[in-house]
Design a protein around this ligand. Structure first.
Ligand code: GDP
Ligand code: MG
Length: 396
């Protein structure tokens, strides 16, 4: 029997499209074929989650039989396989059994996704903004306990202070338990260094938009890469000077320019220079200033949040702005190497939560909120950029 004809008799057009789409999704490498092992997965995508155990068994057996020699199946073979199934079993599309009489195993979909993600690796792009000398470079080094970015206090000739804001990005690939993270950190030395700092946010703003534009161009090109390299800034750490006097005009104007294009996390730099009371009072002050100036900081409270998210974000909201201390020197105490700052009167441990909130920040960035920061960037900031750009071009 002509199988295409058979297919149109047995399946509706949308079902055939669904099948073709599922096949395409399974065809990770664009070879026109999928691994025989994927049969079950694809059928499940088309049929929903409802297949009997025996049907799945039949399918997998047939799939294996077809793919026995090559281990792969093409779309036509796939259609034949399905038609066969529909012929030989009593099940019909639309009249499917709705409960499973046993374990089928489509929960392995998670495992398949995990593997795929692991293969791709993760990308995370961080940016540090704030006046010179607040310890941005040091904190970045602390964050990754490696010399990721160079500090500005090296023995270089005196003209080292740049005239305008520079944008330097350093990329590191970090690996932990087979997970690869491509971490880029953009430093912005020179911010606020001029006599007139009115426009010093501009190069930063431009840089963020440039990355959006790069992504949009890739997304729109006719022949596009399977995985678009993501250089969009997912998070901006904004350094506030530990003055005890609230936000400066420069901080307010800069954050207000940036909050529409990037997730801002405000941090109090060099928190070791303040006493506990000063720190708490300063935090309150900053929080008031932020609220008064209507600066949006991450996590944004504009979107509705469900119980889980609310719970995850509550401690962050309580602690913002995070009081951090940075150091790239380690001291060996009791045979343990501890990052910290030695002063005449004591030793500030950077990773000790009793001393400062550095570990809180690190956990948030790298452990608990990385994906959310990336999602917000994609769904909110990038989406805004995209909408604006496309409508400027006259698209409806
Ligand atoms: P950047 O210009 O913002 O990149 O600042 P740097 O990282 O170059 O740091 C400027 C100076 O501040 C250096 O002497 C650092 O050792 C010092 N520093 C960095 N972080 C801290 C901190 O958390 N506390 C204190 N007290 N000093 C710091
Ligand atoms: Mg620096």
């Amino acid at each position: 029997m002509d199988s295409n004809k058979a297919a149109t008799q047995l399946l509706t057009e949308s079902q055939i499209t669904a099948l073709e789409n599922a096949f395409k999704a399974g065809d990770v490498e664009d070879r026109g074929v999928v691994d025989a092992g994927q049969v079950q997965f694809i059928v499940q995508q088309v049929l929903g989650d409802v297949l009997t155990v025996s049907e799945v068994r039949t399918l997998v057996q047939k799939g294996e039989a077809v793919g026995a020699a090559t281990g792969v199946i093409n779309l036509q073979e796939f259609k034949d396989l399905l038609i066969d199934l529909l012929h030989t079993t009593t099940t019909r599309w639309g009249a499917l059994q709705t409960s499973l009489d046993g374990y089928v195993g489509f929960d392995t979909v998670l495992e398949q996704q995990r593997k795929k993600f692991l293969k791709k690796g993760f990308e995370f792009n961080l940016m540090v903004v704030g006046e010179s000398g607040l310890g941005k470079s040091t904190l970045v080094n602390t964050l990754f306990k490696s010399k990721v970015s160079r500090t500005s206090c090296t023995n270089e000739p005196p003209q080292k202070i740049p005239k305008t804001v520079e944008i330097n990005t350093v990329t590191h690939v970090i690996e932990e338990k087979n997970v690869r993270l491509r971490l880029s950190i953009t430093d912005t030395p020179g911010f606020g260094d001029q006599v007139n700092n009115e426009n010093c946010w501009l190069p930063i703003y431009d840089q963020i938009n440039k990355q959006f534009d790069k992504y949009l161009t890739e997304e729109r090109s006719v022949v596009r890469r399977k995985q678009i390299p993501d250089s969009r800034i997912h998070c901006c750490l904004y350094f506030i000077a530990p003055t005890g006097h609230g936000l400066k005009a420069l901080d307010i104007s800069c954050m207000k320019k940036l909050h529409d294009v990037v997730n801002i996390i405000p941090v109090i730099a060099k928190a070791d220079t303040m006493t506990i009371e000063e720190r708490d009072a300063f935090k309150d002050r900053i929080r008031e200033d932020i609220a008064e100036a209507e600066i949006k900081v991450y996590p944004s409270s504009l979107l509705p949040e469900d119980e889980d998210v609310l719970q995850a974000n509550a401690p962050i909201r309580k602690h913002l702005p995070l009081a951090v201390v940075g150091s790239d020197r380690a001291l060996t105490i009791n045979n343990k190497s501890i990052l910290g700052r030695q002063t005449k009167w004591g030793f500030v441990e950077v990773e000790n939560p009793n001393h400062c909130e550095f570990s809180f920040l690190r956990d948030m960035l790298l452990r608990t909120h990385m994906q959310d920061l990336k999602d917000t960037t994609h769904e909110e900031h990038y989406e805004n950029y995209r909408r604006q750009k496309l409508s400027e071009e006259g698209n409806p």
